[in-house]
Each structure stands twice: as C-alpha cells, then as structure tokens.
Design a protein. Structure first.
Length: 131
C-alpha cells in the first residue's frame, strides 16, 4: 500500500519555546491567526499520567481562505482550522503543517483547489522562514 503524505514538515535546531514563538510569528506574517492551542504533553500527563515529549497543536486559520473553503463546502469545517504541530524529536524540534491539498483530495471538489493552493503557498512561505 502506498503511503500518502499529508504534511509539510521542517526540522529546526532551536529550543522548543523559541520554535513555538517563531511558528506563531511566521503564521501571522502569512495572515494566519492561532484559534486553538492544545498542549498534548500536558493533557496526557493530567488525564492519563502519561509522559511524552513536548507536543503542541496550533489551530491556524486564515479567515479569507476559511470563508472561501466554507463557501465551496460547508462540511469542510471538519478540516478547519489548519493544524500545525510543534514537537520535540531527539535533539531538535519538528514543525508540521497539514497539507491543505487534503481538502481537495477528501472533498473531491474542484472549487476547493484554489483555496488549497493559496493556503499551501502561505503555509510553505511560513515554514520556509523557519528553516
């Protein structure tokens, strides 16, 4: 079975907190706001007494693009906001953003293509400033 990539990833050699701050700024510079934040490490420790590496999920949203996507298909809200993960791995920090092209793949709607392309362009620009 062929593995399909659904992420856009960069690896950083910085501290975790510095990486999170840089990711927030890079997203903001591309018109994304962070609507949600889930500290997975803290949640699993509190709820399950499970220890894991630092792992943060940021729910990023670009309002004009979100509106275009929702105008094309109201159910696409299931895929919004765009999740961006910041996590430690060994001695570095991994930053992963969901590939907006998944909106086109999952919905099968051509109307979603320009939205996904613009979101991809902006997320790639944000990630490029980090590496």
């Amino acid at each position: 079975m062929e593995t399909v990539s659904y992420d856009r990833t960069v690896t950083l050699r910085s501290g975790f907190d510095e990486a999170v701050a840089a990711v927030r700024q890079a997203l903001a510079d591309q018109g994304f706001g962070v609507l949600t934040e889930i500290d997975v490490q803290a949640t699993l420790k509190t709820k399950l007494n499970h220890d894991m590496e630092r792992y943060l999920i940021l729910g990023a949203c670009n309002p004009p693009l979100a509106r275009q996507a929702l105008d094309a298909d109201r159910s696409v809200g299931l895929l919004l906001p765009c999740n961006v993960v910041v996590r430690t791995q060994d001695d570095h920090v991994v930053v992963q953003a969901v590939d907006p092209g998944t909106m086109v793949t999952l919905t099968g709607l051509d109307a979603m293509r320009p939205v996904a392309e613009e979101a991809t362009r902006r997320l790639d620009a944000a990630l490029a400033t980090l590496s």
